[in-house]
Design a protein around this ligand. Sequence first.
Ligand SMILES: Cc1cc2nc3c(=O)[nH]c(=O)nc-3n(C[C@H](O)[C@H](O)[C@H](O)COP(=O)(O)OP(=O)(O)OC[C@H]3O[C@@H](n4cnc5c(N)ncnc54)[C@H](O)[C@@H]3O)c2cc1C
Length: 319
Amino acid sequence: MKTWVYIDHFNGQPAPASWEALGLAKTFGEASAIVFGQNVEALAKTALEYGADSVLLADDASLAVFSPEAFASTLAALVSNSPPALILFPTTSRTRELAAMLAIDLATGVLVDVTGLELFDNQVTATRPVYEGKLLEKTTCSASPQLVTLRARAFPKPTPEAGRVGEIKKVAAVADGSVTVEDFVSGEQGVSLTDAGVVVSAGRGVSNDPAEGFKLVGALAAVLGGAVGASRAAVDEGYIPYANQVGQTGKVVSPDLYIAAGISGAIQHMSGMRSSKLIVAINKDADAPIFQAARYGVVGDLFTMVPALTEAFKKKLGK
Ligand SMILES: Cc1cc2nc3c(=O)[nH]c(=O)nc-3n(C[C@H](O)[C@H](O)[C@H](O)COP(=O)(O)OP(=O)(O)OC[C@H]3O[C@@H](n4cnc5c(N)ncnc54)[C@H](O)[C@@H]3O)c2cc1C
């Protein structure tokens, strides 16, 4: 099946889930990467190394800064020329807008934040979590092309093959002057939450000494090469910026390891981390709901348990 994969990036830095999408597309047959931006030829070459059979590259000053209008118009024009059966996107805040606008332009549908995708007869069946992750639904899209955004870390990332080459076809940008993006400001620092293999989060349980609590959590995350997350309660109390919030109104993460310290496990928090491969909870209250989702639980004070874990990991990892 002919599949296109949109390579999402910020200032040339690709969202790693783009490569996961490319790996999945290759299992369906021919896969072309879509790369838009300015001075992004290097990204097109990287897409070939990650297995793209070819790249459609729109490298133009009008695409220097992401704008869903211009990017959707450019992609819609390409689809009109030679429509693929399926377009995959990594799920990011940018692609949520882009895929939705493209679906309107092409009078098709978009399946969002998909965690499983099967192919039967040129039609995909998508699995996606609904009701805050309590149920998984299977959905199809009857219109064409089928647009699907894939949850980060839900699909394996292919191993790149250095020096792999292929066709890079330059295509024209379609200007859309309706919106001018002046600047992007990112509140996220360090390892990206959505791409991190390990997330260590804290909640209102740090309230006795929030600065010290997040310092301890940050130290554990650093030893594990992970990112720091938080519950909304911690964000609302001003302990940590909103960019770190995990949950229904924050980020959705699927790390290999999620450590929740001083977080009760409200459904709105769980919806953002339920798909983590291994959940560890540290909580003073043995009846906290988070323990129902956790594979390993520690009933104890995070101010003692988190530094103890950091020391143990340091020793184990030789750091
Ligand atoms: C529309 C809506 C959207 C929402 N979106 C989100 C969202 O995106 N993300 C989110 O997280 N929440 C969200 N919430 C809020 C959610 O309902 C909870 O209020 C919030 O998750 C609670 O955060 P918490 O677990 O840190 O705090 P609490 O529920 O107060 O739990 C704190 C926990 O820390 C434990 N504790 C206390 N001291 C210690 C200690 N020293 N050591 C160990 N454990 C300790 C306690 O036993 C307790 O279990 C949303 C709510 C609504 C209504």
